[in-house]
Design a protein around this ligand. Structure first.
Ligand SMILES: [Zn+2]
Length: 283
């Protein structure tokens, strides 16, 4: 899905004149996000400081509808990103970027060298140490999510202990220090289901800024009877397509949230559109 419509304009972040121009643009909007992830957009308005560093706003870039800024604030009657559906590509990318960068500023990271206080610079996409001048950048944690299918194209779904009753989704987990994402797929599937992955293939990625994950989605092959670990997963089992449709229809099983990559991958499996894990990449 190569519809990257939010042009982040990294050069403009460091250019006070262009930042001021974007903010003065009549089409400029600010996405207000509260700490719970509820959001709503409003016109930037003409009052207040002009530069993001001074206003606490972050310059996100320019989309088809105009320049976008983001800031923390109170949101009344907004939408939650976790459950949002029907967002345009522009809205989705703006909300993801805003949620991630604002969560990072909330932590007010200290300087990595001298632990000094840092302040936002570069349109809000980095922070500078007031003591030694070092720049601090946002970090992203790679995580993987995997559609495990068996030789009959059944899909492996699990239910986490912390989820609402019935919710079932793909297995997922974080990569560990010094570990490839492919190795994390094999390890997590083994830990959570006792199944051995025999082939895997990368599908697509999606930022998941709660607070700073990047989900890398795979399809993988495994066979045998899964066993839930009882720690993270309460249950894990294979679903054939008709089996899954029946469980969905009766409400016994609930799908993942509409904005999630898990939902997208499961929809692809339902439609028979997942590639084979055995189709290996070129290298
Ligand atoms: Zn420092």
């Amino acid at each position: 899905m190569l519809d990257h419509v939010l042009d982040r304009r990294a050069d403009d972040r460091r250019d006070r004149r262009r930042l001021a121009q974007h903010r003065a643009d009549l089409k400029a909007r600010v996405l207000v996000v509260d700490p719970d992830g509820m959001f709503a957009s409003e016109p930037v308005g003409t009052s207040g400081p002009l530069l993001p560093e001074e206003s606490g706003e972050v310059f996100l870039g320019v989309g088809p509808s105009g320049p976008w800024f983001a800031r923390r604030g109170e949101v009344h009657g907004g939408t939650s990103l976790r459950e949002a559906s029907g967002l345009s590509s522009e809205q989705h990318q703006v909300v993801m970027a805003a949620t991630a960068i604002l969560a990072w500023h909330d932590t007010e990271p200290r300087c990595e060298r001298c632990h000094g206080q840092t302040v936002p610079v570069d349109g809000g996409f980095s922070r500078r140490c007031l003591d030694c001048g070092r720049l601090v950048f946002p970090r992203t944690d790679p995580a993987m999510i995997v559609a495990v299918v068996d030789e009959d194209d059944r899909l492996l779904l699990g239910h986490q202990l912390t989820w609402p009753t019935g919710r079932a989704s793909l297995l997922a987990g974080f990569t560990e220090a010094g570990e490839s994402v492919e190795a994390a797929v094999v390890r997590e599937v083994g830990e959570e289901s006792q199944l051995q992955v025999t082939a895997l293939r990368y599908l697509v990625s999606q930022p998941w800024p709660f607070p700073r994950s990047l989900m890398l989605a795979f399809v993988a092959r495994a066979s045998g009877e899964p066993v839930a670990d009882g720690v993270e997963l309460e249950w894990v089992r294979w679903f054939g397509r008709s089996d899954y449709e029946r469980a969905l229809g009766s409400g016994i099983v609930l799908p993942p949230g509409p904005g999630s990559v898990a939902r997208r991958v499961i929809e692809a499996w339902r439609a028979g559109r997942l590639p084979s894990p055995e189709d290996q990449p070129l290298i």
